[in-house]
Design a binder for this molecule. Sequence first.
Ligand SMILES: *Cc1c(COP(=O)(O)O)cnc(C)c1O
Length: 434
Amino acid sequence: MNGAKQDKPAFVTRQQVEEMVKDYPTPFHIYDEKGLRENVQAVREAFAWNAGFREYFAVKANPNPYLIEIFREYGCGVDCSSLTELMIGAALGVKGEEIMFSSNETPAEEYAYAHELGAIINLDDITHIPFVEGIVGKLPETMSCRYNPGGILQMGNGIMDNPGDAKYGFTAEQMVEGFRILKDKGVKHFGIHAFLASNTVTDEYYPMLAEQLFKMAVRLKEETGAHIAFINLSGGVGIPYQPGQRGNDIRAIGAGVKRVYEELLVPAGMGDVAIYTEMGRFMTGPYGGLVTKAIHEKHIYKEYIGVDACAVNLMRPAMYGSYHHITVLGKETAECDHCYDVVGSLCENNDKFAVDRMLPEIEKGDYLFIHDTGAHGFSMGYSYNGKLKSAELLLKADGGVQLIRRSETPQDYFATLEGVPMLNKIYEAYVKNH
Ligand SMILES: *Cc1c(COP(=O)(O)O)cnc(C)c1O
């Protein structure tokens, strides 16, 4: 890419950002309503062949209720894995079987609350059967179990992931035993769930997973007589973070699952099984960006651009070394003839949004658009170095901009301290003087 033009377009322009910063200073995450809507519509169409299909949006990817409300218009439920995520679902009026509770190492009070909401409980382990029973008394009529086939998962040429090394789910033998136990305890309708690989950028993943789950479903039906109501393909459908990388074709993925469904489930008399998904990254990832301003440049052994965002706003590069494309707004057609590390202000040397990245010459005051922060971006943030969480904006389909989460203030950061009123006085004095 040395010297190449920037080839992955941002969904905002420099001009738009210059307007936004008048009201909302950088850094902020911005989400593209039009992109979100087109994508969820495509998901719906890709699985329209399955009468019971439902996408349960994985709330952990982006827990902003304004985005979840958009998905609700397209019939999506929510996939929650914690107390606060369940509360977000409850606040949006999501009820009963529109909530999937897929958690692990689950605290008792979370199972209790999920049950109160009527959520479908997706058990992560066979020992959770008596655990949940101890909390809720009589088990609900519909329950789900998470399957972990173990081994190594290989697709195409590359090893995709290593389920045998993952903490999640029941073994195959435990699935059979678990279904028998649940059936004895009065459970009538069953779901099967598995999540074998993350961020798969291949149309093969869901059909391959579906094949494993459908075979397990047929086996469970034959061996236990259980009624399999749904199969949950969970998340893991990836997005092209790299420029020029081919993305997933959700229609091809839907068609691939349909083919396996007709091969395996229909002949087994299971043509009424609903297909569920719990996608997060695919639903919101590409439709979010982190907008940050270049505030320093530094020339030592390497060239650095210091920006006003840091790993607190987007942790993936620091945590996994993930690639996030960067567009220097207003310089989309300039040559990428400068090599930079783009870095945040944490006292941690992994606080780097990009390392040895070829970009156009960056001047102080330039706005950088860090791509694909719509999933596992803001939500993964932490508060190291006392850095505050940014605002979140929604770029509406009509071009308007809506603040959907304000930025944190020092007061938010100090709020949980016991008995240090001086900090609030200092903050108030600071606000008065600045
Ligand atoms: C994280 C997670 C998801 C969403 O995963 P994506 O890779 O964002 O699609 C779905 N289900 C469960 C149980 C998860 O833990």
